[in-house]
Ligand binder design. Structure first.
Ligand code: ADE
Length: 413
């Protein structure tokens, strides 16, 4: 079995992380139990590009258990955990990834993952789908379909669909309610703070935290930062979201103004160069800069570099840029996803839901004929996943009576 990882001897540490995660993923465990006998993925070749940490390993192992041959690459050079990769390889998954790889190695690993000849692709950020539609078109005819984990990936897939080039069906896991309401909001809310705290050991209370982008992720983080005593200021381009931020009790202001006010800046936009030269020029000494968007394009590193007279690593995960006038700006996790580059990603119980959806999406794609293009997670699956979560917590919810159901369907009073 072909693999390219940092060090197979790290497997025991990876095993411990995987066992820990597995014990807090009741929905995934329930699905594995449910499908184990039928093996609905038998005969599929599944190529994944995901953040290779312990929760993801649990998903990949279930996919394998249900019959798929699994090939995996990391979806970010800094989110790959080498010990987890080693444990995966020992358990029969082909892994092509290494923590800290450069972009050439990263792309080479995507190619290796796709060279397996996938019938299903599972993406986080749409890199596999993009590569299949550009330099690896020979692999396209075999692909039945795929699924996409994240907002940034869905944005890219929508662009492909608009241009009429998306050649197979992809399920937008990100857009399921069981995903974005929990993963994007509460997952990001906690994991971004986790990355910030682990790398800096600094206080949040009393600081002005600038949240750039008030989608589900930005909202979740703003809520948690505010809960820890930060003064939150929001930068938005969408008027409805901006007004939501006002209604949630935050200041709303343009980046040009926020730049001079903030102590901590976090980006959640999915867009490019949202913090750039003109903003760095106005910032205070000692600001923290972090990104939570999928790609490392939101904080313009080349502008920061261009303004700096020296650059050094002041703590693991913290790069300090010193400007000509002596002001220091601390960039977390090289401007890559701070929750995965500087911590372990979202909490386990949250990824339990997201990866249950990924598993169901893979099974659905493998067993149903679908038109090319982006598809929603079927609503019955979305509902079943959150119901399984509630059941795992021992929670029971109400049902409408027949009378109430009829009332809801009728237009008479
Ligand atoms: N862990 C694995 N994948 C993740 C993701 N997309 N976001 C946060 N944590 C994760």
């Amino acid at each position: 079995m072909d693999s390219r990882i940092a060090d197979p001897a790290l497997a025991p540490s990876g095993d411990r992380k995987i066992e820990w995660a597995w014990s807090a993923m009741p929905v995934l465990r329930h699905l594995e139990e449910r499908y184990r006998r039928n093996r609905p993925l038998a005969g599929t070749v599944l190529s994944a590009c995901l953040h290779l940490e312990a929760k993801t390993a649990c998903l990949l192992l279930v996919l394998k258990e249900l019959g798929a041959s699994v090939f995996a690459s990391g979806s970010n050079p800094l989110s790959t955990q080498d010990d987890v990769c080693a444990a995966l390889v020992r358990r029969g998954v082909s892994v092509f990834s290494r923590h800290g790889m450069d972009m050439a190695e990263y792309e080479g690993n995507l190619r290796r993952t796709l060279s397996a000849g996938p019938t299903i692709v599972v993406d986080d950020g749409a890199d596999l789908v993009a590569m299949l539609h550009s330099e690896m078109r020979d692999e396209l005819p075999r692909v039945r379909g795929g699924s996409e984990e994240t907002t940034s990936g869905v944005k890219r897939l929508r662009a492909m669909e608009r241009e009429g080039v998306l050649a197979f069906p992809v399920i937008a896991v990100n857009d399921a309610k069981s995903k974005y309401l929990f993963d994007n909001r509460y997952g990001t809310g906690q994991s971004v703070l986790d990355g910030l705290l682990r790398t800096t050991n600094l206080l949040i209370a009393g600081k002005t935290v600038v949240v750039v982008g008030y989608g589900w992720c930005g909202r979740g983080f703003a809520m948690r930062a505010s809960g820890m005593g930060a003064r939150v200021a929001v930068v938005e381009v969408d008027p409805h979201r901006a007004f939501e931020a006002v209604m949630d009790g935050y200041d709303v202001l343009p980046m040009a103004e926020a730049a001079g006010r903030g102590d901590i800046f976090l980006t959640f936009t999915g867009n490019t160069r949202v913090i750039r030269r003109e903003h760095f020029e106005r910032m205070k000494d000692g600001v923290l800069l972090g990104n939570a968007g999928h790609f490392d394009v939101e904080i313009c590193k080349s502008d920061l570099q261009g303004l700096s007279s020296s650059v050094e690593e002041s703590r693991p995960g913290v790069t300090t840029y010193t400007l000509a006038d002596g002001r220091r700006m601390h960039l977390l996790g090289e401007g890559r996803l701070v929750n995965l580059a500087c911590a372990d990603g979202h909490p386990i119980e949250i990824m339990d839901l997201s990866f249950a959806l990924q598993l169901e999406a893979a099974i659905y794609v493998a067993n149903n004929a679908m038109e090319p293009g982006l598809h929603d997670v079927p609503p019955e699956i979305d509902r079943a996943v959150v119901e399984a979560k509630l059941a795992s917590l021992g929670l029971v919810i109400d049902r409408m009576t027949e009378e109430q159901e009829a009332y809801m369907r009728s237009w008479r009073e």
